[in-house]
Write a protein that binds this ligand. Structure first.
Ligand code: SF4
Ligand code: SF4
Length: 381
């Protein structure tokens, strides 16, 4: 990780915190910080991604602005976090996409929708875009099966590869070893913390989502979005199974497994993304890194569009609007997969990796006499 103005600001703030330690019980960051006397750039990268931006330490800090020390931990860690996304991006030449990310994601979404519509009109009779299509194979009459599979497979495989490489870069830079990546209690603890968003819980009272008052609002909206996304993914997987192994072509009945998973997943994503957008709009801007808000909004709008166009398609699939809605929905979905490695979505990978590193650091120390070094000393004596 490069040394930058953001890492210098973060190091200064964390050195003050390490002496103060008032916020020690707030989240995972402070206990991890106190294990260090100095902060390498790799440490800063780890701590920045361990921070869940709950803002508790900002509202509790006696050195926060207007104090002349100007300690604003959520803001400086958000700046470092954003730099880590660019630093670890794969392939390296595409890391520049994180600059002016809000504009790039918005333009990519418009280009994705336009491309899907143009391809549809070029490959099939354009009138199919406004002629009702029903029965098995209706979707494939609008967008050919081979095109759907090629675009979905290509963008999602590339996204997975880029995220794995980003994880590898993060893990190495923060001092991780390959042999630590194995099942066991630390992984189970990390998974629990990831799936419950424990660090947005503020020890039970919630975090400072909007102002100095405590709430669980952001945590709940994030859960709606995250589990909604997983349900939509399960819907696509089950639909693939229906198609390839059971020989049933979409569209499926409303009460079928793929449609039920997709419907409830879509509802969850709409509630979650709309709620997170609302939370951002009404929240106190003081602890926020304002230059990063554009990319946050762009990604949330993209996720909201993915869910809303899917639900609209479900509701109007038997009408003449199905053709255009299908092209728009798939354009948004393919864009989402293409930009995942170069958008704030990567925070899921790095935050999960940081939580795993934290769980490894918290491993209970074996009692004296049980450590390999103690046994070696005993046998030597
Ligand atoms: S954020 Fe402020 S109060 Fe909290 S540990 Fe740091 S310096 Fe102390
Ligand atoms: S903002 Fe919240 S999660 Fe981040 S360091 Fe402060 S207390 Fe911890």
């Amino acid at each position: 990780m490069r040394e930058t103005e953001a890492t210098a600001d973060a190091r200064r703030a964390l050195e003050v915190c390490n002496a103060c330690r008032y916020c020690e019980g707030f989240c995972a960051v402070f206990p991890a910080m106190t294990l260090r006397r100095e902060f390498t750039s790799g440490d800063l990268s780890y701590l920045a991604n361990l921070c869940h931006n709950c803002r508790g330490c900002y509202y509790s800090c006696q050195y926060a602005p207007p104090h002349p020390w100007n300690i604003n931990v959520p803001q400086v860690l958000a700046q470092v976090r954003a730099e880590t996304y660019e630093e670890y991006a794969w392939p390296g030449p595409l890391a520049g996409l994180f600059k002016r990310n809000g504009t790039i994601v918005s333009l990519a979404m418009i280009a994705g929708i336009a491309l899907a519509l143009i391809l549809t009109m070029a490959l099939v009779d354009p009138s199919i875009l406004y002629t009702p299509q029903q029965g098995p194979g209706a979707f494939y009459r609008v967008i050919p099966w081979w095109l759907m599979v090629t675009l979905a497979g290509g963008t999602s495989l590339f996204a997975v590869l880029a995220l794995v490489m980003g994880f590898r870069n993060f893990w190495r830079d923060t001092g991780g070893r390959a042999d630590e990546l194995r099942p066991g209690r630390p992984l189970a603890v990390a998974l629990h913390d990831i799936l419950t968003l424990k660090n947005l819980g503020g020890g039970g009272g919630g975090c400072n989502d909007v102002d100095e008052g405590f709430s669980q609002v952001r945590r709940r909206f994030h859960h709606f979005m995250f589990y909604g996304f997983l349900l939509c993914f399960a819907s696509t997987t089950s639909a693939t199974f229906y198609d390839h192994f059971l020989g049933h072509e979409a569209p499926y009945p409303f009460l079928s497994l793929p449609v039920q998973l997709g419907f409830w997943g879509g509802v969850g994503m709409v509630i979650g993304t709309a709620g997170l957008i609302w939370t951002k709009i009404v929240s106190d801007p003081a602890p926020a890194a304002r230059n990063l808000l554009g990319s946050d909004y762009a990604l949330l709008v993209l996720l909201l569009m993915a869910a809303a166009t899917g639900l609209l398609l479900l509701g109007l699939r038997d009408t003449g609007a199905m053709g255009v809605l299908l092209a728009v929905h798939l354009g948004v979905i393919f864009t989402l997969f293409a930009v995942i490695p170069y958008s704030k979505m990567v925070h899921g990978v790095y935050r999960s990796a940081a939580l795993f590193r934290h769980a490894l650091e918290r491993r209970p120390t074996p009692p004296p006499g049980n450590k390999p070094s103690d046994r070696a000393l005993g046998s030597a004596a």
